[in-house]
Design a protein around this ligand. Structure first.
Ligand code: SF4
Ligand code: SF4
Length: 423
């Protein structure tokens, strides 16, 4: 795509990066074929190519975002399916982050929208606040009909408060072979601590001492997706500092990530902080230690499978794992190795509509994607659905009666751990 940035604009490294990305797009439109929002609306402005054009226009003219730009860019799921499809290697994710930050800085959102976005960014990254919000939501459930769509969407998601808590240190069983950190997540610590417990049970059996420090909280992915860049950067800095403090106490062999949405952001810290003299090196160090749980298992081995009569599994490949981290065949391969029959899901490249806070803020589109995903999953007639991301599990689990689990819960069970509670 041709650009018209001035030399003065290009002195800004961010703008120079945006120009480079925009220029790498050759307009071919291949990405439109795999973009879920374009698939639903058929509107070019809801396609990757259309959004690249909208971002180019805002940045080139250095003007405030309009309602049109905010609307179509808000509708993007950040599923990154377009990046998998693009033959020209356009880094849509980095351009989108700039577009979102520009909208956040220059566009005056309607008051209701602003309040909801502020509430989400003030609650979701903090497990204690999130737990209180879930408890309080019970009080407003009887008035659901009168509430704005965003609240209705929130109340429609099936979440169960976690009552267990993983210890800060989980000792290796037998001979200690590795020392690793666990990224427990923020939303996951409130409503999916059983996933962290299954992760710890699996890894400690494989000789891993696992550290889950209190000082390490949210990674910043939630606010980053909402374009709240300053908040996201500060959250990410605190996250990096927390791990660096832990590394100074003893070397870490890996930071284990079992929330793939977070993993995509953490692995990108090196890029996020590349121009920050105080954080560039530290960020790169954390990024290079970050490994999805399936990558860790590939490295340390699955161990012997002890399961009989394993249920059939529909493996849902989270966009953040598949498109964001390019981890495609490994989870399925591990499930098969553990003794499960894995059934493929039609249109597996299409997002389930979870996408961070998308299923709350863009509930109309998210609901359509959820229904489509659930229909495709139910057609497999599998006994259980597994994914590597709690957001997908909550989204899909809210649309079907088939039990939904994290892949590590199945791998832990198959190799001698506890059976997932909902099976
Ligand atoms: S990230 Fe997903 S929704 Fe957004 S433009 Fe790319 S394919 Fe479409
Ligand atoms: S596939 Fe890539 S190069 Fe082609 S229009 Fe989409 S972003 Fe541009």
């Amino acid at each position: 795509m041709q650009t018209r940035f001035s030399n003065r604009q290009l002195e800004n490294p961010k703008i120079a990066e945006a120009e480079h990305i925009i220029r790498s797009c050759v307009h071919c439109g291949f990405c439109t074929a795999t973009c879920p929002t374009y698939m639903l609306t058929g509107n070019e402005l809801d396609s990757p190519r259309g959004r690249i054009y909208l971002i180019k226009e805002m940045l080139e003219n250095d003007r405030p975002a309009t309602e049109v730009e905010a609307r179509h860019i808000d509708k993007c799921l950040t599923c990154l399916s377009c990046m998998t499809t693009c033959p020209s290697g356009v880094h849509y994710a980095h351009l989108l982050a700039q577009g979102r930050a520009h909208i956040e800085k220059t566009y005056k959102r309607p008051l209701k929208n602003n309040i909801i976005r502020s509430l989400l960014s003030a609650i979701l990254p903090y497990p204690t606040r999130f737990k209180w919000a879930i408890r309080a939501s019970k009080l407003i459930t009887p008035f659901k009909r009168l509430l704005p769509a965003e609240f209705k969407a929130m109340l429609g998601l099936k979440v169960i408060l976690s009552t267990e808590k993983l210890a800060e240190t989980s000792e290796a069983q037998g001979q200690k072979k590795y020392r690793m950190g666990l990224h427990g997540g923020c939303v996951q610590r409130a409503v999916g601590e059983h996933i962290n417990i299954a992760t710890a049970a699996f890894l400690t059996r494989r000789g891993v001492e696992l550290i889950t420090p209190k000082s390490v909280g949210c990674c910043g992915a939630i606010t980053e997706h909402m374009g709240k860049n300053e908040v996201a950067l500060n959250t990410a800095k605190a996250y990096i500092d927390g791990w660096i403090e832990e590394i100074e106490k003893g070397t870490l062999d890996a930071i284990v990530i079992n929330t793939s949405g977070c993993g995509t952001s953490i692995k990108d810290y090196g890029h996020m902080f590349k121009d920050d003299p105080h954080y560039a090196d530290k960020a790169m160090r954390i990024s290079s230690l970050a490994k999805d749980i399936t990558e860790v298992i590939e490295q340390i081995g699955l161990g012997e499978s002890k399961i009989d009569n394993a249920p059939s599994v529909a493996y849902h490949s989270a966009c953040s794992l598949k498109h964001g981290q390019k981890i495609i065949g490994l989870p399925k391969q591990l499930l098969i190795e553990a003794g499960f029959e894995v059934r493929d899901i039609k249109e597996s490249h299409i997002c389930c509509g979870s996408a961070g806070t998308y299923n709350i803020l863009e509930s109309y589109m998210a609901e359509k994607l959820k229904k489509r995903k659930v229909t495709n999953i139910e057609a497999t007639k599998a006994d259980v659905i597994a994914s590597g991301n709690i957001g997908c599990n909550i989204q899909i689990g809210s649309g079907t009666d088939i039990p939904t689990v994290h892949i590590i819960e199945l791998l832990n069970w198959a190799t001698g751990g506890k059976k997932p509670a909902n099976l």
